[in-house]
Design a protein around this ligand. Structure first.
Ligand code: PRP
Ligand code: URA
Length: 210
């Protein structure tokens, strides 16, 4: 069962590109460019509810009232893998600010360990997209959301690529107010907390640190 606050995006192009990411034969360069393209494809859906404001312009034929984005957009990349999603989204929202949150999963406990956090001034009034391709146990995103809320952010949308049912449920239990978008809901976690069938270690595949 998918929690009510979760949208699983379904689209042939998304499925196609996900298959490239999953394939163990995909090298680092193709993995990076495909994650970039996939993130670009997600933007249309994740920004669906951004507020607009009216502006008065003139077309070549007549004056008219049109709409432009009213929101200040903030992309927050969970390091390292979230970095792979930033540029694809920036292509469509070039005015977005970018924050970074450094977390890694302790290999034994699977608990997140924080090592860096840099947010732009005024982050608390922005529309934030929290970017992490992998939602496994959910521990990292649960931690990230608690941290961002403690800094005053309230308008946060989680954007991921692959989610495990266990992690999605845990995230919903911890932060029922948060909307989650994921490109795909996978089957389950393995005994090491990896998503199955998954794509392996996203950060390692992105940066060649396998
Ligand atoms: C990965 C991934 C998520 C986290 C997901 O990061 O990018 O941040 O694991 O797992 P969770 O839902 O169980 O918390 P990792 O800890 O491997 O760090 P890295 O990106 O720096 O390699
Ligand atoms: N982090 C990853 O990169 N992959 C997983 O499957 C789980 C956590």
């Amino acid at each position: 069962m998918v929690p009510t606050n979760t949208t699983v995006l379904q689209h042939p192009l998304i499925e196609h590109k996900l298959t490239i990411l999953r394939n163990r034969e995909t090298d680092n360069k193709l993995f990076r460019s495909t994650l970039h393209e996939l993130s670009y494809l997600l933007v249309y859906e994740i920004t669906r509810r951004l507020p607009l404001r009216s502006v008065r312009i003139e077309t070549p034929l007549m004056p008219c009232t049109c709409q432009v984005l009213a929101a200040e957009v903030l992309l927050i990349a969970v390091l390292r893998a979230g970095l792979g999603m930033v540029d694809g989204i920036l292509e469509l929202i070039p005015s977005a600010k970018v924050g970074h949150l450094g977390l890694y999963r302790d290999e034994c406990t699977l608990n997140p360990v924080e090592y860096y956090c840099k947010l732009p001034p005024g982050a608390d009034r922005m529309h934030a997209f929290l970017l992490d391709p992998m939602l496994a146990t959910g521990g990292s995103l649960i931690y990230a959301l608690s941290l961002l809320k403690s800094r005053g952010l309230s308008n946060i949308i989680v954007t991921s690529i692959l989610a495990a049912p266990e992690g999605l449920q845990a995230l919903h239990n911890a932060h029922p107010d948060i909307q989650v978008y994921t490109a795909m809901l996978d089957e389950r976690l393995d005994e090491n907390g990896y998503i199955l069938p998954g794509l392996g270690d996203c950060g390692d595949r992105l940066f060649g640190t396998l």
